[in-house]
Design a protein around this ligand. Structure first.
Ligand code: UFG
Length: 334
C-alpha cells in the first residue's frame, strides 16, 4: 500500500516524502511543479507530474499504486497574492482540492491528511488560539483553506472520508537536504538570512507599532521536521480508526520579528541591517498556537522547539544551497 503525497516537490511536502521514505513507506507524488522544484523530489518516490484536480489521474494513480491514504500539501500559499488574485486561490486550493477528493473517492481511498492553516482563524479574539477559536478568515487564502475544511466535514458525513486537518502556524527551518525556496520570497526567516548572507542589503521590518512588547508582529514558528512528524502521527491515528479532527500545529511560543532577527544575528554571527517599513496589510499582531490537542490526540512531541535551532537549520541549508534549488521560476507549494 502506498501513501499519496500531493505537492511533494514543495517546501513541506518534500520533507514529508523523505520522512515517509525513511520510515519504509511506499510514496507516490503528484505535483504540477508550477511552484515547487524538480530538485526537491526524493529519488525513491514515484512521481506523476500533473494536476491534483485531475480526477482521472488521481483515480488511476491510486489504483495503480494501491494508495491507502493521501497527504495533501499542494496549494498556493501567498496571502498577498490571494488578495489580488483570488480566482487563482479558489481554483487551485478549492476546485483542485475537490477534484482530488473525488478522485480518491472513486478509487476508494478514505484517509486524508490536510494542510490547513492558522489563517482560517482570521484576526484572533484570544491568544493562544485553540481549535475552538472562531474562524473568520481575513483573506482569500484563509477562506480557500476554510472552505476545504468544510468540504472535508461534509465528505466525512456523506462518504465516510476520515481526515485530520492540520492548522499550521509558521512553518520554518530546514533539513540537511530540503529547505525553503520561494520565488518571490516573502517569508521572514529566509529574508533575514538572505540579509545575513549579503544577498539582500537589509531586512525590511513590516511595522513597529503593533501592540506587542517590541512593537513588531509575534508568530509561532514551527520546524518543518516537527510539522511533518505530526502528519506521520496523523496517518497512524487514521490507520487506527481515529475519527476526523482539526488540530493546530505550533510550539505555543511567540517570537517577534525583532527576536527572529536577533536569533539570526546570534546564529550567523553576521551583521543584519534592519529597515522599519510600513505594516503589511492584513498582518495580525500576534498568532500563537494552543497546541495541546496535537499532543493529546496525536501524541505529538516537537524535536526542535527553540527558535535558534529553527533559524540555525535554515541557515545551514542556505549556506549549503546559496541558490536554493536553482534559478527556475516559481515558488514552493505548500
Ligand atoms: N515580515 C517582515 N519582513 C519580511 C517578511 C515578513 O517583517 O521580509 C514579518 C511579517 O510582516 C509578519 C512576520 O514577519 O509579521 C512573519 O511573516 P511571514 O511572511 O514569514 O509569515 P506570515 O505570518 O505572514 O504567514 C504565515 C504563512 C501563511 C499563513 C499565515 C497565517 O506563511 O501561509 O502565516 O497568518 F497563511
Amino acid at each position: 500500500m502506498a501513501i499519496l503525497v500531493t505537492g511533494g516537490a514543495g517546501y513541506i511536502g518534500s520533507v514529508m516524502v523523505d520522512q515517509l521514505a525513511e520510515a519504509g513507506e511506499e510514496v507516490v507524488v503528484i505535483d504540477n511543479v508550477s511552484r515547487g522544484h524538480h530538485a526537491a523530489l526524493a529519488e525513491g518516490a514515484r512521481f506523476y507530474e500533473g494536476r491534483v484536480g485531475d480526477l482521472a489521474l488521481v483515480e488511476r494513480v491510486c489504483r495503480e499504486r494501491a494508495v491507502e491514504a493521501c497527504i495533501h500539501f499542494a496549494a498556493l500559499a501567498y496571502v498577498g497574492e490571494s488578495v489580488t488574485e483570488p480566482k487563482l486561490y479558489f481554483e487551485n486550493n478549492v476546485a483542485e482540492g475537490l477534484g482530488l477528493l473525488d478522485g480518491l473517492r472513486a478509487a476508494g481511498v478514505r484517509s486524508f491528511v490536510f494542510s490547513s492553516t492558522c489563517a482560517t482563524y482570521g484576526e484572533p479574539v484570544r491568544v493562544p488560539i485553540d481549535e475552538g477559536h472562531p474562524q473568520w478568515p481575513v483573506n482569500p487564502y484563509g477562506w480557500s483553506k476554510f472552505f476545504m475544511e468544510r468540504i472535508l466535514e461534509s465528505y466525512d458525513r456523506a462518504y465516510g472520508l476520515r481526515f485530520v486537518a492540520l492548522r499550521y502556524f509558521n512553518a520554518a527551518g530546514a533539513t540537511l537536504k530540503r529547505g525553503e525556496h520561494h520565488e518571490p520570497e516573502t517569508h521572514l526567516i529566509p529574508n533575514v538570512l538572505a540579509a545575513a548572507a549579503g544577498r539582500l542589503p537589509h531586512v525590511s521590518v513590516f511595522g513597529s507599532g503593533y501592540p506587542t512588547p517590541d512593537g513588531t508582529c509575534v508568530r509561532d514558528y514551527i520546524h518543518v521536521t516537527d510539522l511533518c512528524s505530526a502528519h506521520t502521527l496523523a496517518l497512524a491515528y487514521l490507520r487506527c480508526g481515529g475519527r476526523s479532527e482539526f488540530v493546530n500545529l505550533g510550539n505555543g511560543h511567540g517570537y517577534s520579528v525583532m527576536e527572529v532577527i536577533e536569533a539570526a544575528r546570534r546564529v550567523t554571527g553576521r551583521e543584519i541591517e534592519v529597515r522599519v517599513e510600513a505594516a503589511r496589510p492584513g498582518d495580525p499582531a500576534r498568532l500563537v498556537a494552543d497546541a495541546r490537542k496535537a499532543r493529546e490526540v496525536l501524541g505529538w512531541k516537537t524535536q526542535y522547539p527553540e527558535l535558534d535551532t529553527i533559524v540555525r537549520t535554515a541557515w545551514e541549508w542556505h549556506e549549503a544551497h546559496p541558490e536554493g534549488y536553482g534559478s527556475r521560476g516559481g515558488a514552493g507549494t505548500g
